[in-house]
Design a protein around this ligand. Structure first.
Ligand code: SF4
Length: 443
C-alpha cells in the first residue's frame, strides 16, 4: 500500500479560510496526511487572505520564500488558494512561476483532480472560475481533526452588499446559501461525534436563504431554531452580520433559544452617516442605534462587539468624532479596529485618499485607547457575577489554571482541583477583570 505523502497547509485570514483549509485537508486525505513541519512536506497549500494589503503581502512573502524549496525539490507541489488566488488568478503565476496551482475559494472541491494533474507534471494550473450554477456541495467534516468540542459550520458563501472598501464580493462571489438539510446533517454528524458548540459562518449570515427559490426558503432565524433542536448541541453561535439585514425575527431568537450564546458581532465600521453612505453600508447611525436598543430589549445581558475602520477617504475630524461619540453610546464589550487601506477592485480605491498615514495612525490609537478602557469597564461589570463556561483546556495565559469561554464570549481563567475535558460546562464566580480575560472561582 502506497505510503501517504505529507501536506502542509498555512492558513491566513478569517474563519471562512480556517474552514476551507479543513475541507481541503479532508478532500486530500486519501493521498496526503497533514504535517506541521513545512520542510518535510511533499505538497504545500498557502490559503491566502486579501482583506487588507498587509495580509496579501504576508501570503506573497511566504509564496516567494518557497521558490528555493521548489528548486531543491522540483516534485514539491505548491498551491495558492483563498482570496488572493481568486483575485490574482493568472497574474499570480507570472509573479510566482514556481507555484503549480492557483485555486479560488469556490474551486477547492476540485482539489483532488487538480493535485493529480500537478503530480503528472502539469504546470501553472489556474482554477478560479465562479460558475453561476455553483452550489456548495454537502460536506461531513472528519471528527479526528480539529477541535473536539467546537466547530465552525459554513452556511453560505459570498456577499451581495458591495461595501465600497471590501474585496469579499469580488473574491468570494455572490451569496450562495447551503441547503438547510446539508447544514443540519453536518451538525447532527458533529453532535453525534461529541461536538458541543457550533458557530454558523457566513460573510453576512443575516441574509441566509435570501437566494433560495421562493417557497423553499429558510430564513436565518428559522435555521437557528432548527439547529438549536439538535440533541448534543449545547451552544450555538454565529458570525458575521451586516446591521442592515438584522431582523426582529432574529432578535427574538435571543429570548427564545437557550442554546444561543448571548454574544452578537455587529460591525458598524463608522459613526458618521456621511462615511457610512460612501461606504455603501445602507444604514444610518440612527437606524443602527435603534436596532442595538431593540436587540438589548430582547436580551439585556447580550455582549456586543463590532468592527470599525478609521481614515476612510473623506473622513473629516468631525466624522471621526462621530465614531468616538458612537462608542460612548453603545459601549461595546470589545471591538476590532483598522486603518483604511484601499483594496482594488473595491470601489473605494477610486476615491482620493484624504487622510494621511500619520493621521490614520493617530485616529486609530485614540480610538483603540478609548475602546480598551470601555472594554475593561465592561469586563469589571462581571465581578461577583456567576457565569457558565465551556472548558477550552489548560490556560495559555495563567500557569496551572484552566480556561473556559462564557456565553458572552469572554475567556475566563480559573483554578480546578480536577482535570477537566474541553467541552465540559462549569460554573464560576468572577473575581477579577482584565482587558482580554476574566478570572473566576469554580463553584
Ligand atoms: S457586508 Fe461584509 S463581506 Fe459583504 S461587502 Fe460588506 S464588508 Fe464585505
Amino acid at each position: 500500500m502506497n505510503e501517504k505523502k505529507l501536506l502542509y497547509i498555512e492558513t491566513f485570514g478569517c474563519q471562512m479560510n480556517d474552514r476551507d483549509s479543513e475541507i481541503m485537508r479532508q478532500l486530500l486525505a486519501t493521498a496526503y496526511e497533514t504535517t506541521d513541519v513545512i520542510s518535510s512536506a511533499d505538497a504545500i497549500i498557502v490559503n491566502t487572505c486579501s482583506i487588507r494589503d498587509k495580509a496579501e503581502q504576508k501570503a506573497y512573502s511566504l509564496l516567494g520564500a518557497l521558490r528555493k524549496k521548489k528548486k531543491e525539490n522540483p516534485g514539491l507541489i505548491i498551491a495558492a488558494t483563498g482570496c488572493v488566488a481568486q483575485q490574482e488568478g493568472e497574474k499570480m503565476l507570472s509573479r510566482m512561476p514556481h507555484v503549480d496551482l492557483v485555486v479560488g475559494p469556490r474551486n477547492i472541491y476540485q482539489l483532488p483532480e487538480l493535485f493529480r494533474r500537478a503530480e503528472q507534471q502539469q504546470k501553472g494550473i489556474v482554477a478560479t472560475d465562479q460558475a453561476k450554477s455553483f452550489m456548495i456541495p454537502p460536506f461531513l467534516p472528519s471528527l479526528q481533526q480539529g477541535q473536539p468540542h467546537k466547530r465552525f459550520v459554513t452556511i453560505m458563501q459570498g456577499c451581495n452588499n458591495f461595501c465600497t472598501y471590501c474585496i469579499v464580493p469580488f473574491t468570494r462571489g455572490r451569496e450562495i446559501s447551503r441547503k438547510a438539510e446539508d447544514i443540519l446533517s453536518e451538525i447532527n454528524h458533529l453532535a453525534a461525534g461529541g461536538v458541543k458548540e457550533v458557530t454558523l459562518l457566513g460573510q453576512n449570515v443575516n441574509s441566509y436563504g435570501n437566494d433560495q427559490p421562493e417557497g423553499n426558503r429558510t430564513s436565518f432565524a428559522s435555521l437557528l431554531r432548527r439547529v438549536s433542536e439538535i440533541k448534543g448541541v449545547e451552544r450555538l453561535r454565529f458570525t458575521t452580520s451586516n446591521p442592515k439585514d438584522l431582523s426582529e425575527e432574529l432578535m427574538q431568537c435571543f429570548t427564545d433559544l437557550k442554546k444561543l450564546c448571548p454574544h452578537f458581532h455587529l460591525p458598524v465600521q463608522s459613526g458618521s452617516n456621511a462615511i457610512l453612505k460612501s461606504m455603501n453600508r445602507r444604514y444610518t447611525i440612527e437606524l443602527y442605534l435603534e436596532k442595538v436598543e431593540k436587540l438589548r430589549s430582547y436580551y439585556p445581558q447580550l455582549a456586543l462587539t463590532t468592527d470599525i475602520i478609521v481614515g476612510f477617504p473623506g473622513e473629516s475630524r468631525a466624522d471621526f468624532q462621530a465614531t468616538m461619540d458612537l462608542i460612548e453610546k453603545v459601549r461595546y464589550h470589545a471591538a476590532f479596529s483598522f486603518k483604511y487601506s484601499s483594496r482594488p477592485p473595491a470601489k473605494s480605491c477610486q476615491m482620493a485618499e484624504t487622510v494621511s498615514r500619520e493621521e490614520k495612525e493617530e485616529r486609530l490609537a485614540e480610538l483603540q485607547e478609548r475602546l480598551s478602557s470601555i472594554t475593561l469597564e465592561r469586563n469589571r461589570e462581571y465581578i461577583g457575577q456567576r457565569l457558565e463556561l465551556m472548558v477550552e483546556g489548560e490556560s495559555k495565559a495563567a500557569d496551572g489554571q484552566w480556561s473556559g469561554r462564557s456565553g458572552t464570549n469572554h475567556i475566563v481563567n480559573f483554578q480546578s482541583p480536577d482535570v477537566l475535558a474541553p467541552g465540559n460546562l462549569v460554573q464560576v464566580i468572577i473575581r477579577e477583570a482584565c482587558l482580554h480575560s476574566l478570572r473566576g472561582e469554580l463553584l
